[in-house]
Design a protein around this ligand. Structure first.
Ligand SMILES: Cc1ncc(C[n+]2csc(CCOP(=O)(O)OP(=O)(O)O)c2C)c(N)n1
Ligand SMILES: [Mg+2]
Length: 582
């Protein structure tokens, strides 16, 4: 790589090398927050963008910027001090969900850290601890002494975000940290060398191992958790096994996908009939799945590229891929198993739809339920669009009600690494900036948490992003957990519950949007909702739907009852009831 020392001051030299390492390391989007110590990077990023380098986006809030970079699969650049600390939530999410994120923080050189120097912490270089795949603490003086060496070190660190490091535990994508020490002057001097246009290089795919062969016969389900990918669907279809796919699995589609699988697993005769679970990705959404995976006599086959990750805390068979082999007699013997799941899945989906449609017609005036909204949002997605699902009920409502399409999966992603309700709108913004268009389905508390994501400096490109908020005035999910049950025993319990869990706020979403200059619409009924979903306004917009937290537990009881009736009405009380097909 050509790394001639340009005629410039040390700060500019280091910034130029860092930006070059980003661009050549396939970083296409950079989110920058303004600051003084980071000024050399800001100048260089603007110049590189003009030369055809990474797109540059400005934001005020570093936490927003970091999640935006995470959504975009890019880099975030900040000044020193608490600015760097605000990146921590996104760094942790990137670590736990194995997604690339390059974090660049400006610092003073080491001799000024831990002194009286303003906005400087001696902790910054190691701030993210074991969460980073790699980190580099580099000063401009060192970079100016050996530019090719500095560029190589910067490039190697950036590459580690894409899983380039082969050593144990480091071979997967994740966050990396460049902490760059800059000395004055922080403004560029000397002419910028004639622009060598910087263009991203596509990351290289890692090596693949051969899959293992599983015998047919044991009654098997494919469990596709977050990030499982299309392989899960292919495995299920090739083997003839039911596919229980979470919305952000990337596998929820095709003829084997059982939409309301969670409600089926709660019925007698379903979970207990499963002999073997083939797990891809990381399932995090529902207790019935957790209970199934905890069954000591269940054969669990964990499919993934890494031999030691994740650690499910129970004995499992590990495989890098699976293919279904023959049964004991060499023939496909479990067709009845799949059809029993499919029949039950169809009956359950019909029952769920009926309850949701009746609720939408008869619910409290101006409100719609979360699962109804989730079903409609999933059905409205157009080609090329991605949906970001917020933690809490939205992602679970999609799990319950989003109808799997006949072909490949619904394009849904979620921050399931740590399942935070923070950074949801920012993540979706980054995704939309990188891919063109996106939508996000969020609750009101998650919306308020990340309301800063509605704000961007004047003139910054706004992505085509429709933010769909189910506003039930607080954290609805808690009323579906044991705290909700306790609250229903007395009036005092209900009041306490609302104070310490429900946290109603009365915040006016429309006014917040007006304050941020973002379009807001309210959908008080199903017809209005469908119209707004069918044609999202260009740019960033918020579609608010009011929900009813008080009626949530009852809605879920009705869904369970309806599914039980529909499936039992079909006869056998579970796919295991008729005995084994083999
Ligand atoms: C950063 C973070 N803080 C707190 C939580 C705990 N938490 C989980 S769900 C939830 C309430 C979310 O409410 P809302 O977004 O309105 O969704 P709803 O449950 O009403 O559907 C909270 C506070 C979390 N997951 N992440
Ligand atoms: Mg809520």
């Amino acid at each position: 790589v050509d790394a001639k020392p340009p005629a410039s001051n040390p700060a500019t030299t280091l910034a130029r090398l860092a930006v070059r390492a980003l661009a050549e390391g396939s970083i296409a989007q950079v989110v920058l927050c303004p600051g003084s110590r980071s000024a050399p990077l800001a100048y260089e990023l603007a110049a590189a963008e003009a030369d055809g380098g990474p797109h540059l986006h400005l934001r005020h809030d570093e936490r927003v910027a970091a999640f935006t970079a995470l959504g975009a699969g890019g880099a975030v650049v900040t000044t020193s001090g608490t600015a760097a600390a605000n990146l921590h939530p996104a760094v942790l999410e990137a670590h736990h969900s194995d997604r690339p994120l390059v974090v660049v923080t400006a610092d003073r050189p080491p001799e000024l850290r831990g002194t009286w120097a303003n906005q400087t912490s001696d902790l910054q270089a190691g701030l993210f601890g074991a969460a980073t795949r790699a980190r580099l603490d580099l000063t401009d003086a060192d970079a100016a002494k050996d530019p090719p060496g500095a560029l190589a070190a910067l490039a190697a660190t950036v590459a580690a975000a894409f899983g380039s490091l082969a050593s144990a535990g480091q071979g997967r994508p994740g966050p990396v940290h460049l902490n760059l020490g800059f000395t004055e002057p922080l403004t560029p001097d000397g002419a910028r060398p004639p622009g060598t246009p910087v263009r991203p290089r596509p990351p290289r795919p890692g090596p693949r191992r051969a899959p293992v062969e599983l015998v047919r016969g044991p009654r098997t389900v494919v469990l596709a958790g977050d990030g499982a990918g299309d392989t899960a669907r292919e495995v299920a279809e090739a083997a003839g096994w039911p596919l229980l796919a979470e919305p952000s699995s990337g596998a929820r589609g095709g003829p084997n996908a059982v939409g309301p699988y969670r409600l089926l697993l709660e019925l007698p005769g379903f979970a207990s009939a499963v002999d073997r679970a083939v797990v891809l990705g990381r399932p995090t959404l529902s207790r019935p799945v957790t209970r199934l995976l905890a069954r000591a006599d269940l054969d669990v086959v964990l499919v993934g590229e890494r031999p030691d990750h994740p650690d499910p805390g129970r004995p499992v068979t590990r495989a890098c891929g699976v293919v279904a082999g023959g049964g004991p007699d060499g023939v496909r013997s479990d067709a009845g198993w799949l059809s029993a799941w499919r029949r039950a899945g169809e009956a359950a989906a019909g029952a769920v739809d009926a309850v949701l449609d009746a609720g939408a017609a008869a619910g409290a005036t101006g409100t719609l339920s979360g699962p109804f909204l989730a079903r409609e949002v999933a059905a409205s997605l157009r080609a090329g669009e991605t949906l970001v699902a917020a933690a809490s009920n939205p992602v679970r409502d999609l799990d319950l009600a989003a109808v799997p399409p006949p072909g490949p999966s619904l394009p849904i992603v979620a921050n399931r690494g740590l399942a935070g309700i923070d950074g949801t709108i920012s993540t979706a913004t980054g995704l939309a900036l990188a891919r063109g268009r996106a939508r996000v389905l969020t609750g009101d508390v998650a919306f308020l948490h990340d309301v800063g994501a509605l704000i961007a400096p004047r003139g910054e490109r706004r992505p085509d992003l429709q933010v769909i908020v189910l506003n039930d005035d607080g954290g609805g999910i808690f009323s579906l957990l044991e705290y909700g049950e306790v609250s229903r025993r007395s009036a005092a319990g209900a009041a306490l519950f609302d104070r310490i869990f429900g946290t109603p706020h009365g915040a006016r979403v429309a006014a917040l949007c007006a304050g941020a200059g973002v379009r807001h619409d309210l959908a008080p009924d199903a017809a209005t909702l469908r119209a707004f979903l069918a044609q999202p306004p260009p740019g960033m917009s918020v579609l608010e739907v009011r929900g009813d937290r008080a009626g949530l537990a009852d809605l879920h009881s009705r869904l369970r009852r309806a599914v039980r009736r529909a499936v039992a009405g079909g006869d056998d009380g579970g796919p295991g009831a008729g005995g084994r097909d083999r």
